[in-house]
Design a protein around this ligand. Structure first.
Ligand code: PEP
Ligand code: CO
Length: 446
């Protein structure tokens, strides 16, 4: 069978919504396929080459953002705040560990969620599960949960304006290294992590002054004034991804132009499934989540299927085992890939294997478990002689109380104070920066 943007339709596609009106869904796909691409093929190629440096052990990947972006919390402030906490983390990692950091957001398209169960309990109600704002609404009533294909169009437009702002922030002055202090939000600045961050920012200022004093024309050094920031999301709703897939006029290759990097989720990584088929044929850099049930044979099949030409930077494995399982399950997988000579990037998602329900019934994660999984991930790579290529984090720039622990500890009885996520619990800005310091230490030790 030869690949085409529609060949996934011959395969079983799990996690697709039951659209009440298939005709309306098809109309929406037609409309999407006439709209401009959100990203360009050349940009996807640049990200592949940046990730090739990660695969070679010469750079570190920071992939971070919301679990699910919201149609409701859509504002310039929200995007700016998320961006600045990611930039802060990147500064801490770059300065603290001395490695280049490839920055990828779960942003500008992260609107669709896979669910373990078709229904969920909200209070006394049993409702169809919320599947992300690309599909239905999170409000707790049956009508809101009906899938509406018009949401695909709304997702496209929100992704376009988000990306526009991300490009403006990262290329138009906000991300200039001379503004490192301005990225520290007030509620962070007063904390321990905030003060540690300020110390780094002050050293960066000093270094910049030193270079200027040496006669270096800092104005001419573009890297000091702009940041490359890439977008990513889970390629879940295949009709949407197909409609945004375009043939590159320069190379003739197909690219999914909805984001720079697309990933396959833990629930959709069936080797003969539709998601694998679709992503095997687009040339973007691809991620694949790897949970604790994955076998070495499966992981090698993913390598062959998604990256038969063994292009460095093409394939990133996002390990999400849980802090208790990672030490048992990850080594055999890393070893198998290493011995087969596949040039993959290994990234640790310490979020999705560490979710539990608090006594109050809220989904949460503990900072200590998050950190424990990252530590163990680093230890496995140290033992196998491979490079712990990065981290994949769910966070927000807001002062939320969704994850427990951290240096300014969030306690169980505080979870309700500012619990605003529509989906998984996210680290707040303080916890995120705290984590970046810990990861920088691990990188330095390695
Ligand atoms: C996610 O990244 O939000 C997610 C659903 O992850 P996973 O597929 O690893 O469960
Ligand atoms: Co999530």
């Amino acid at each position: 069978m030869t690949w085409s943007p529609t060949s996934w339709r011959e395969r079983p596609a799990v996690q697709q919504p039951d659209w009440p009106d298939e005709g309306a869904f098809e109309q929406v796909q037609k409309q999407l396929s006439t709209l401009p691409p959100l990203v360009f093929a050349g940009e996807a190629r640049l990200l592949t080459s940046a990730l090739a440096d990660v695969a070679a052990g010469e750079a570190f990947l920071l992939q971070a953002g919301d679990c699910a972006e919201s149609f409701r919390d859509f504002s310039a402030d929200n995007i700016r705040d998320k961006l600045r906490v990611i930039l802060q983390m990147a500064v801490v990692l770059t300065y603290g560990a001395g490695v280049p950091v490839v920055k990828v957001g779960r942003i500008a398209g992260q609107f669709a969620k896979p669910r373990s169960s078709p229904t969920e309990r909200v209070g006394d109600l049993e409702l169809p599960s919320f599947r992300g704002h690309m599909v239905n609404d999170d409000l707790p009533d049956a009508a809101s949960r009906i899938p509406d294909p018009e949401r695909l169009i709304a997702s496209y437009h929100q992704a376009a304006s988000t990306l526009n702002l991300v490009r403006a922030f990262t290329k138009g002055g906000f991300a200039d290294l001379s503004h490192v202090h301005a990225w520290n939000q007030e509620f962070v600045a007063s904390s321990n992590e905030g003060r540690r961050y300020e110390a780094i920012a002050a050293e960066i200022d000093r270094a910049l002054r030193f270079m200027r004093a040496c006669g270096i024309n800092l104005g001419a050094e573009q890297q000091l004034h702009q940041v490359d920031f890439w977008t990513s999301h889970e390629a879940l709703i295949l009709g949407y991804e197909e409609a945004l897939t375009r043939q590159d006029s320069l190379t003739g290759d197909w690219y999914d132009c909805s984001a720079h990097l697309l990933w396959i989720g833990e629930r959709t990584r069936q080797i003969d499934g539709a998601h694998m088929e679709f992503l095997a044929g687009v040339k973007n850099p691809i991620g694949c989540k790897i949970g604790p049930t994955a076998t070495p044979e499966e992981v090698l099949e993913y390598c062959e299927r998604l990256n038969p030409a063994r292009v460095p930077g093409r394939l990133t494995f996002i390990s999400r085992m849980g802090h208790e399982a990672v030490g048992d399950h990850l080594p055999a997988l890393v070893r198998a890939v290493r011995d087969a000579g596949h040039p993959v990037v290994w990234v640790c998602d310490p979020m999705h294997g560490n979710t539990f329900s608090s006594p109050s019934g809220r989904k949460t994660r503990h900072f200590d478990h998050v950190l424990a999984e990252i530590r163990e991930f680093f230890a496995v790579h140290a033992a196998e002689g491979t490079w712990p290529g990065g981290v994949h984090i769910e966070l927000t720039g807001d002062d939320v109380t969704e994850c427990l622990g951290g240096a300014e500890e969030v306690f169980e009885d505080q979870l309700g104070a500012r619990y605003t996520t529509m989906c998984d619990p996210r680290l707040n800005a303080r916890q995120s920066i705290d984590l970046a310091f810990r990861v920088a230490e691990l990188l330095r030790e390695g």
